[in-house]
Design a binder for this molecule. Structure first.
Ligand code: PMP
Length: 434
């Protein structure tokens, strides 16, 4: 379809055409394994690249060139600058506003002055700086575990830890809504990996009953808050299942640490579970904890084993000292100012309820700071987010193929720093755009 054709179409026709274009890209044709494979000289000539270009063109036709790599300036807090204009920001997971906190910034700067900008080696081979262990102790104390280990990147923490812990004789069962880093780790491991329906511990139990005896180790992977829907699992039920089948349980707290629980200690605090009932408490430093990196918290034995064996830790540079110091200070503030957590909860409830009262679909989101506004069409999401930006509100559309077309959504990340006025005016602006 060319630009000339587009110009003569009604909005409805354009939407239908975009939907079709997006749907057509769903399953790029794959060669039959028995056929001779067509030899292509490189990426640019490949089907993958062609599919990518088509997808990009489809969204660009809708004036959505700026949908990705949207440049923002200044600190990504409850407000941020876009093209020189301050807008209300719902696109960052700086949940507690700590990524711009003066004392977090100071801690990072002081670490740079003391240690420079890089650890310059793997920690196992003399890249270890005092700030690494100070952060790991602070994390463990905050979580109520014996110890913790931090790695460079939350994604790498999941991928490398799962990929390393499990092997060909093992079974991994992960929630079907799991983050890409978890799914990549499963594939890397070579274990038999199966997704169970979202949050359905009953289905998990059934699979384990039928399959557990065929495998050595079994690992269940769930998340503390799911990043597309803002909902969370019934952790005590998962713990029962894990115990019944002698499986290990890993929980990714990227979006629940600093958010769930009275004092932000995550889903474990929310349900009041014994820390020892979960084998691997994984989390990221990039959301509430104001920095960059990932952690695993658990027993001292677990952590020691991981520190000597996980490839993504052993064969990778130590976390930059400034990142470690920033997170350590963020944890100190979080622990001493739990009011930030209650403010975040209050803001999230206010916004979620305001949406529900108007009959808008916010899916199963509850208690968390992620609120999807499900509009059910990629084209509508792109249009509404563009119009909202014109009105001074930044929110990212999550469209097909990231989610099924009929659940395309605007995803709102709420911050403890959003004011009631900002939340109210956002609701009014959405109302005007729908
Ligand atoms: N786990 C989950 C659930 C995530 O949402 C993300 C990304 N935000 C990651 C892991 C990866 O973390 P990071 O971006 O800090 O690498």
């Amino acid at each position: 379809m060319d630009k000339e054709q587009l110009r003569h179409m009604s909005i409805e026709e354009k939407r239908a055409a975009l939907k079709q274009m997006l749907l057509e890209n769903r399953d790029p044709p794959k060669p039959d394994s028995n056929e001779n494979v067509e030899v292509v000289p490189g990426l640019i000539e490949s089907r993958d690249y062609e599919a990518f270009c088509k997808q990009k063109k489809a969204t660009n036709e809708w004036g959505a060139e700026n949908l990705y790599f949207h440049e923002t300036d200044g600190i990504s807090d409850h407000r941020v600058s876009v093209a020189g204009r301050k807008v209300i920001n719902f696109s960052s997971y700086n949940y507690l506003g700590l990524a711009g906190h003066p004392s977090v910034q100071r801690a990072a700067k002081e670490a740079i002055d003391q240690y420079g900008t890089s650890a310059s080696a793997s920690r196992i081979a003399s890249g270890e700086k005092p700030v690494h262990r100070i952060l790991e102790r602070a994390l463990a104390d905050f979580m109520g575990t014996e110890d913790s280990v931090v790695m460079v990147g939350g994604f790498a923490t999941n991928e490398s830890t799962i990929g390393h812990l499990m092997g060909e004789r093992d079974l991994i069962l992960y929630d079907s809504y799991s983050h890409e880093s978890i799914q990549r780790g499963c594939r890397l491991s070579g274990a038999t990996a199966r997704a169970f329906p979202h949050n359905r511990w009953e289905s998990l139990e059934r699979i384990l009953r039928e399959e557990r005896h065929r495998y050595e180790k079994a690992l269940i992977v769930i998340e503390g808050v799911y990043s597309m829907d803002g909902d969370f699992p019934d952790l005590p039920e998962f713990i029962k299942v894990k115990k019944q089948f002698q499986a290990m349980l890993m929980i990714d707290e990227a979006h629940s640490i600093g958010v769930l629980g009275e004092t932000g200690r995550g889903i474990g605090e929310h349900f009041g579970v014994d820390r020892l009932d979960v084998d691997i408490w994984m989390g990221t430093l990039s959301k509430s904890l104001a920095s960059c990196g990932g952690y695993i918290a658990g027993t001292g034995k677990w952590v020691e084993y991981l520190k000597y064996t996980v490839p993504g830790f052993v064969f990778s540079v130590g976390l930059p000292p400034a990142s470690a110091a920033a997170s350590e200070e963020a944890i100190r503030i979080l622990a001493s100012e739990p009011v930030r957590v209650s403010q975040l909860r209050q803001n999230s409830e206010f916004f979620r309820e305001a949406c529900r009262e108007r009959g808008w679909n916010v899916g199963p989101s509850r208690d968390s700071a992620i609120i999807p506004l499900i509009l059910g069409s990629s084209a509508t999401c792109i249009r509404v987010s563009t119009e909202l930006l014109d009105r001074g509100i930044l929110v990212v559309p999550i469209i097909h193929p990231a989610v099924p077309e009929d659940t395309a959504r605007l995803r709102f990340f709420i911050s403890s720093n959003h004011s009631e006025d900002e939340l109210k005016s956002t609701v009014a602006a959405i109302e005007a755009c729908l």
